[in-house]
Design a protein around this ligand. Sequence first.
Ligand code: PLP
Length: 403
Amino acid sequence: MGEAKEVDLPHIGRGFTTRAVHAGERPRRLEFTPTVTPIYPSVSYLADDPETQDAVFGGEREGYVYTRHGNPTTRALEIAVAALEETEDAVAFGSGMGALLAAILNEVQAGQRIVASRDLYGATQALLGNVFATLGVKTTFVDILDRDEVARVLAEIRPRILLFETISNPLVRVADIPALVAIARRSRVKTIIDNTFATPLLVNPARFGVDTVVHSTTKYLGGHGDATGGVVATTRERALEIGELTKLTGAVLGPFEAWLTLRGVKTLSLRMQRQCENAAALAAWLSQHPRIARVYYPGHDERGETAQVFNNDLRGGIVAFDIAEAGREEVFCFLRALRICLPVTTLGDVYTMVLYPAVSTHRTLSPQERAGAGIGDGLVRLSAGIEDVADLIEDLDRALAIR
Ligand code: PLP
């Protein structure tokens, strides 16, 4: 290794390694305005002086000191989601589960209770049943579509929170948000909703008085299957509390993922419109198909009252269907025959994806429990992408023809 040559550059030192570390870094004032928020991977931030750093640390002044406490790229995403969800503020997380954990943890203490929908995403159910239960917070699960049951259980148990999803997985049942908020308020219960399946383009739960809205941004908000993340959209006061909690629990979103997600958010309405149109067209086509016993799609056999929760005519990008007299063998045969629809365990991306709940999201349930939840052995969930719908129909038709 040659000896490092010394040059005289002000402020950045003379030695090769010192220059390698410091040269070109830390422009104190940007004299240009980037059109797109840059990725700020910096873990720490310089202040003009120790007094300013102290004030930023203490929350008396806006700014950044350390990325676990706040990051400019992540902040840009939070501002964007709050604007779309029509909430005062938002806090971003490293995953949807991180967002759910923070939203729930912020509301409950040991000895308090939660009431939650029986239809929740499996990991959310497990979070309540495994993690919160061991912390002394017990959850009672209810049929969220049965208002009488919800009202009775809330009045009886007096929980801290009612937790449910706008559109359930995989049977896409739509919650009557205004009715549930009214019931919760009567019992002084806070509401937390997972709005991942609907997105703020279709439903804004805060408009109906929901206290906290959670998203897995991994799905529609990011939309391209390349960034895991989550967000909690809520009041400024609660966002500050959740932010303080997250400084300690640490499930923050990385700046690169924040940037990817923010980029995804820009085309959310275009993608979602197309995905919903494709899903609706597939639901209509599937319901005519001789091998399909039943199709699940909001609006398809919608009960009138839930229509009021939607901002527009779009009803989501997820459609589920029962292949008649099918079990594992027949569904596997169908999945193997698909050429365009991808058999993967996520949803909301620009490509069409199919999932077999019996071996994925609901595999830990016994066949009896699955049947009780309305999830038969021939049920398939499809997340419509933005492809040309004729290609999707051709793909499904060919796969359904093979036995
Ligand atoms: N909420 C819903 C409705 C989901 O479908 C998922 C994941 O599939 C999550 C939350 C969890 O999100 P993540 O995988 O980003 O942690």
